[in-house]
Ligand binder design. Structure first.
Ligand SMILES: [Zn+2]
Ligand SMILES: [Zn+2]
Length: 431
C-alpha cells in the first residue's frame, strides 16, 4: 500500500469516526445523564446498603418515625437539597431545584415499620424489640435518598424541580392525608407523582399497570330493622352476598403462589386474576335493640364495579320479602385504591423500556386480590401519578420479599435497580 493511499484511508477512517460520534452524539445526547446516574448509583451503592441496614436496625412504628425522619433530613441536607420537616407528623420533604425552569416531578417514599415478634433472619437484625421493617419501607426510603443523591449530581444537565416526599404512617393509611392536611401542597406544586413498593417478583423486575393494581376492596354495611324472624333474613342476606362471588371456592385463584405463575399469574394477559368479585366468607352480624347490621368485605378487580354492585344489592333486597325491614346499605369507610394514570403509565413504562432495554419492565394484567392498598392513592387523587412494583426476591437464595410475611427479606441489589430506573424515569419526565 502506497503512503498517499494510507493517508487517504486514515483520513476517511477519522472522518467516519467523527461522523459516527456526531450521530451518536445526536441520538444519545439525552442519554448521557442516564449513563451518569448509572455510574453514580454504582459509586454510592455500598453506602446506600449501609444506610438501609441502619434504617433496618432501627425500625419505628407508624406515627413514631422520629429517628428515621431525622436521618432523612440529615442526608438530604448533606446533598444541598432544601429540606422541610414535621409535615403531617414526621413527614419530610426535600426540594431539588435545578438552575433551569421546567417541569415539577414528585417522588414519594413511605418510612414506617410494623409490629412483628418473628426473629429477623438477616445479619443486621432490628434492635427495637417487636418492631421490624417487613414491608420494605427501609428500602423505599433508601432508594428515594439514592435518587436524590444521583439527581443532585447531574443537576446541571436537568431542568425543572424534583420533590422528594418522605411519608410517615403508611401502615395505618393516615400519613398521606396528614401531610396533605398539614399544607404539603403549599410547599410543593408537583405536576406528576411517582412511587414504588417492594414486591415478591425476582429482583430486577419492574412492573405496573394503568388504573388499579390492587383489587377494590371495601366493607359494606347493610342495616335492617330488628324483627322476630330475623334468622330467615340473615340466611337470605348471606346467600345473596355469597352468590355475588364468581370465583370457585378452594380453586387456584386462592393460592397466592399463582400470582407469579407464568400461565395464570398477573404477568399473563389471560391471568385468572381478572374479572373477579370475591366476598369474605365470615359475614358479621351486629345486633342492637332496634336494628341489626350485616357487614361483609367485597372485592373486585375492576375499580368501578363495586358501586354498581351496591345498587344491585339494594334493588334486590327492595324486591324481596324483606323490603319492609331494609333501612340502608353503604360502604363502611373510605378506600385507598391506588389508581395509576393511564397516559403516564404508558409513557413511563416505555421510557424505562427504551433506556434499559433489558426485558425487565413488564406490564401487569388483572389486579392483586388480597385487599392490599397504599395511601399513595390520596396523593394520586390530587396529582396524576404512577405506583410501581419493584421485585426484590432471590428464590435460589430463599429471599422472598412478600410484604408483611414474617420471613420478609430483600435482595439488596433492588436498591441499585430502584435508584437507576427511577432516577431515569424522573429525568425522562423532566424533559
Ligand atoms: Zn405494609
Ligand atoms: Zn408497604
Amino acid at each position: 500500500m502506497k503512503n498517499s493511499s494510507k493517508i487517504k484511508k486514515a483520513a476517511l477512517t477519522i472522518q467516519f469516526i467523527m461522523l459516527s460520534l456526531t450521530i451518536l452524539g445526536q441520538t444519545t445526547q439525552t442519554d448521557i445523564s442516564h449513563l451518569k446516574i448509572q455510574q453514580q448509583t454504582d459509586h454510592i451503592f455500598d453506602s446506600l446498603v449501609n444506610l438501609r441496614r441502619d434504617l433496618h436496625r432501627h425500625p419505628e412504628l407508624t406515627e413514631q418515625e422520629e429517628r428515621t425522619s431525622k436521618k432523612i433530613a440529615e442526608y438530604l441536607k448533606s446533598l444541598g437539597v432544601e429540606v422541610h420537616t414535621g409535615i403531617g407528623g414526621y413527614g419530610v420533604v426535600g426540594i431539588l431545584r435545578t438552575n433551569k425552569k421546567g417541569k415539577r416531578i414528585a417522588w414519594r417514599a413511605d418510612i414506617d415499620a410494623l409490629a412483628s415478634n418473628h426473629p429477623d433472619a438477616v445479619s443486621f437484625p432490628s434492635e427495637n424489640e417487636g418492631v421490624r421493617h417487613i414491608c420494605g419501607h427501609d428500602v423505599h426510603t433508601t432508594i428515594a435518598l439514592g435518587i436524590a443523591n444521583v439527581l443532585s449530581r447531574v443537576k446541571e444537565d436537568l431542568s425543572g424541580t424534583v420533590y422528594f416526599i418522605f411519608q410517615p404512617a403508611e401502615e395505618n393509611l393516615k400519613g398521606a392525608k396528614a401531610m396533605i392536611g398539614d399544607g404539603l401542597f403549599d410547599i410543593i406544586n408537583p405536576e406528576e407523582i411517582y412511587a414504588l413498593h417492594i414486591a415478591p417478583m425476582p429482583e430486577g423486575i419492574v412492573t405496573t399497570k394503568a388504573n388499579n393494581l390492587y383489587a377494590d376492596y371495601r366493607q359494606i354495611e347493610i342495616a335492617f330493622k330488628n324483627k322476630t324472624n330475623k334468622d330467615a333474613l340473615i340466611d337470605y342476606i348471606k346467600e345473596l352476598l355469597l352468590n355475588l362471588q364468581n370465583v370457585a371456592l378452594g380453586g387456584e385463584f386462592w393460592d397466592n403462589r399463582n400470582l407469579l405463575d407464568p400461565n395464570v399469574g398477573l404477568g399473563n394477559p389471560n391471568t385468572i386474576f381478572k374479572d373477579y368479585i370475591t366476598v369474605s366468607p365470615n359475614i358479621e352480624i351486629i345486633e342492637s335493640d332496634k336494628e341489626f347490621f350485616v357487614k361483609a368485605y367485597l372485592s373486585s378487580e375492576k375499580h368501578n364495579q363495586l358501586d354498581s354492585i351496591l345498587s344491585e344489592i339494594k334493588s334486590t333486597i327492595k324486591q324481596s320479602e324483606f323490603a319492609g325491614e331494609f333501612i340502608k346499605i353503604e360502604f363502611h369507610r373510605e378506600t385507598a385504591l391506588v389508581m395509576n394514570d393511564e397516559n403516564l403509565t404508558s409513557l413511563t413504562m416505555s421510557a424505562l423500556d427504551r433506556v434499559y432495554n433489558n426485558k425487565q419492565v413488564l406490564p401487569l394484567y388483572g389486579a392483586i386480590p388480597d385487599g392490599r392498598s397504599d395511601d399513595f392513592s390520596f396523593f394520586q387523587k390530587k396529582i396524576p401519578g404512577v405506583y410501581y412494583l419493584l421485585g426484590a426476591s432471590d428464590f435460589e437464595k430463599g429471599i422472598i420479599s412478600m410484604p408483611h410475611s414474617p420471613n420478609f427479606e430483600v435482595d439488596e441489589n433492588s436498591i441499585r435497580t430502584g435508584v437507576k430506573y427511577f432516577s431515569s424515569l424522573i429525568i425522562e419526565r423532566l424533559k
